[in-house]
Each structure stands twice: as C-alpha cells, then as structure tokens.
Design a protein around this ligand. Structure first.
Ligand code: ZN
Length: 175
C-alpha cells in the first residue's frame, strides 16, 4: 500500500510521541508550578525547601506524608519511633534550619513553652536551651546511679533530657 505521509500522519507516530512526551510533560509540570505560584501556593516537586517560618520541609520518608518538618523526622529517626503531638523538637542554637541531631532536643510541649517563656518566639537563638537545668544539677545527674525516669521526675524534665545528658550528647563540658 502506498502511504502518503502528511504532516499530521508523521506526528502520529510512536517515534514522534516518545520524542515529544518528555517535553510535553515538562511543560505541563512547569505550567502547573507557575499556576500555583500565581495563586500564592508553593510549587510542587520541591523535595526540600524552607517554609515561611524558617523550617526545612520535606516529604516523610517512611509515612510518605507531604510537608513534614525535617527536624521532627531527624528526631524520630534518632529515637526510633514517631513523635507524638505533645512532643516538641527544639533547635538548641536557635537556627531553625540546622537540623543536625546534635542541635536538636526533644521535650514536651510544656517544657518547651517554659524554655521559651518570656522570649520573643522570633528570636529563639538568644535563649538558653539548657536553662531548665543548671550546671550543678547536670553534674549530679551525670554521677547519679538512679534510673532515668526517677531523675526526670526529680528535675521536672523529660526522660530524653536526662538520657542526652547521660549519653554526653548535651552538656559535654560538665564532667
Ligand atoms: Zn524551641
């Protein structure tokens, strides 16, 4: 059969489809992203970005949940379980995108608000995260043979604070 190829027929070929497919998908994605930006929303496809509060946002690698705060995921990975709603992860140096585990402290919401009490929330970097305990208390904790939970109750802090002191992750300078 003699086949006359018009422009349209040429375009409806598999070869042309594959050639165009990636380009078309890319354009569509760019269009969607531009539309979202016009609507004042965050474009899709940004795997890791900083939100308006200065926190790093990622997709949760285990649950797949979108728009999770990375410092919470780092802490979850560190302690080996998901965090509860009442647990807060505090940035020790106040830099909200410094999500190294050494810079994170797990505490209860009430401990956290106590820590920030009197501070302007926007100026987290100026507060002292160790303020809930003083150096002599930390020294006692380091040398104590009591169980972690006992010490946590005694000093009215979470068990994670005690555990971090004992493991040397925090208060390294106190012997
Ligand atoms: Zn904090």
């Amino acid at each position: 059969m003699k086949y006359k190829t018009s422009k349209k027929e040429r375009e409806y070929s598999l070869a042309y489809y594959y050639e165009r497919r990636d380009q078309v998908l890319k354009e569509a994605k760019e269009e969607r992203a531009a539309k979202r930006v016009r609507e004042g929303k965050r474009p899709y496809g940004q795997p890791r970005y900083m939100d308006d509060h200065g926190y790093i946002i990622v997709r949760h690698p285990i649950t797949g949940k979108h728009q999770c705060r990375e410092h919470r995921i780092v802490m979850e990975s560190h302690i080996g379980r998901p965090l509860t709603k009442g647990e807060v992860v505090h940035h020790i140096n106040g830099i909200k995108d410094d999500n190294r585990i050494e810079n994170l402290l797990l505490m209860s919401a009430s401990e956290h608000s106590k820590l920030h009490a009197g501070n302007n929330k926007c100026r987290e970097g100026e507060d002292n995260p160790m303020a809930s305990l003083n150096a002599s208390q930390v020294r006692v904790i380091k040398h104590s043979r009591k169980i972690t939970k006992f010490l946590a109750n005694k000093y009215n802090v979470s068990v994670f604070v005690i555990r971090d002191i004992r493991s040397g992750r925090t208060w390294k300078h106190i012997k």
